[in-house]
Design a protein around this ligand. Structure first.
Ligand SMILES: *Cc1c(COP(=O)(O)O)cnc(C)c1O
Length: 454
């Protein structure tokens, strides 16, 4: 089928996620056909650097030999078999490998198939844990969550979310949570500055939690970086204070490592930066190296043991998906963890992220750059109309959208969050590729801003 025919079918029949389809059908689109390493290649043979790791999932580039081979090998045995009432070799092997990487104390793995389900499971698990624990736990029927949080698109994970643009329309369908402002230092909800605030946001969270602890099952956070909110990097010490508050209030801590996990922040898991061990942790995206849908919700023996009992007590966790722990996904995940075992991946991430940090200095003082945020290989460049007032551009100018479309002219695929330009290159990015990534992004920003400001 030629490109034109392919595109016609797409325009006539496909509905893309997070996409204004009225724009989509009018604009020129890229049809990806294959990939090589860190590059995506379209039907016309044009090569594009994968600057957001195929939406935050890819770790070692595409068609990484070891992962390809592991999947092929598994395919020659079995592509799928249920995990309900049966187990299988690749899930067991993957679990053993995961144990070598998980923070101490997390030793039970519940598999599913995407980040939203991993979080949905985390919420249901915490809720049911308290019901079965007794001692007043029955009253714990809600969660403490942050504004700006993103935990996925299913109704439960949306309930725990706090991005009005995505979530407010669904409010009538959602369960209520106790919300506190997330630590967005660039637009501090308390109008304080980091040098003098003493992490006031963490104190507010603690106070709210102590007030509401009787009805809160768990605190839910994205550790260190609120991704979808615009790569909002939390101040150092915040996560540790959240852990302490949860302990003081006697509630569980759920961390959503779906975006931050598997090396993206420079550590295997973001919680390691603060020496925090959560009670429940959600993993997805990078777990298969960005190859296949697989997710895991991991927890402690303490949480797990509350679900044990005689059959007729029905303490069972009644949750599971058709493709839970898909064997091909597990095989990809095994190969991914083997790469972490064999190579100094995190050392490389350190090196590449320091280069990225140096290069980002170049736009820090740009009159239309409000804030540049980075944690490892997660970057957000927040574009504003006025640096002094932090006033954004009106949405109809589509500044972020125009920047990312411009980068395509020079072989770079990225995707913004509103007017935050997101860079999240694969962990396998070279120093040279960091330079190209920055050159092209800064050039496109300059072009679009020049047109816009004038
Ligand atoms: C992407 C993401 C999710 C949802 O994962 P899906 O696989 O897209 O359902 C949940 N939490 C965070 C922090 C994410 O970045």
């Amino acid at each position: 089928m030629d490109a034109e025919k392919l595109m016609k079918i797409d325009r006539d029949h496909i509905w893309h996620p997070f996409t204004q389809m009225a724009d989509w059908v009018r604009e020129e689109q890229i049809i990806i056909e294959r990939a090589e390493g860190n590059y995506l290649i379209d039907v016309q043979g044009r090569r594009f650097f994968d600057g957001v790791s195929s939406l935050w999932v890819n770790l070692f580039g595409h068609r990484r030999r070891e992962i390809d081979e592991k999947i092929r090998e598994q395919l020659s045995r079995v592509a799928h078999s249920t995990f309900l009432g049966l187990t299988h070799v690749p899930a067991i092997e993957l679990t053993e490998k995961l144990m070598g990487f998980l923070p101490q104390g997390l030793s039970r793995v519940f598999y599913s198939d995407n980040g939203s389900t991993a979080m949905e499971i985390a919420l249901k698990m915490a809720f049911q844990y308290w019901k079965q624990k007794g001692n007043g736990g029955e009253e714990k029927t809600t969660f403490l969550t942050l504004t700006g949080a993103y935990h996925g698109d299913t109704i439960g994970s949306v309930s725990a979310g706090g991005i009005d643009l995505f979530h407010s329309i669904f409010r009538p369908l959602l369960f209520e949570t106790v919300k506190v402002p997330g630590p967005y230092c660039f637009r501090c909800p308390y109008d304080l500055t980091l040098d003098k605030c003493g992490l006031h946001c963490a104190e507010v969270l603690r106070e709210k939690l102590m007030e509401e602890k009787e009805r809160v099952a768990a605190v839910v956070v994205e550790p260190l970086v609120q991704g979808a909110a615009g790569m909002i990097v939390h101040p150092e010490g915040f996560l540790r204070r959240v852990r302490e508050a949860a302990d003081e209030a006697g509630v569980l801590l759920i961390v959503d490592e779906v975006a931050t996990g598997f090396g993206r922040t420079g550590r295997m898991f973001a919680v390691e930066h603060e020496g925090v061990v959560p009670d429940i942790m959600a993993l997805a995206k990078g777990i298969t190296g960005g190859y296949l849908p697989l997710a895991a919700t991991v927890t402690t023996e303490e949480v797990y043991s509350a679900f044990l009992g005689r059959y007729e007590e029905f303490k069972t966790f009644f949750h599971g998906h058709s493709y839970t722990a898909n064997p091909l996904g597990c095989a990809a995940a095994i190969a991914t963890l083997e790469i972490f075992e064999r190579e100094d991946v995190l050392g490389h991430v350190q090196e590449v992220s320091s280069r990225l940090s140096e290069r980002l200095q170049e736009v820090k003082d740009h009159p239309n750059v409000g804030d540049v945020r980075q944690k490892g290989l997660m970057v957000g460049i927040e574009i504003v109309r006025d640096r002094e007032t932090k006033e954004p551009f009106p949405p109809e100018l589509k500044v972020g959208q125009r920047v990312i479309r411009k980068t395509r002219e020079r072989g770079l695929i990225i995707r913004p969050l509103g007017d935050v330009i997101v860079l999240m290159p694969p962990l396998s990015t070279t120093l040279e590729e960091v330079d190209t990534l920055c050159d092209v992004t800064f050039w496109a920003m300059e072009e679009v801003l020049r047109e816009t400001v004038r």
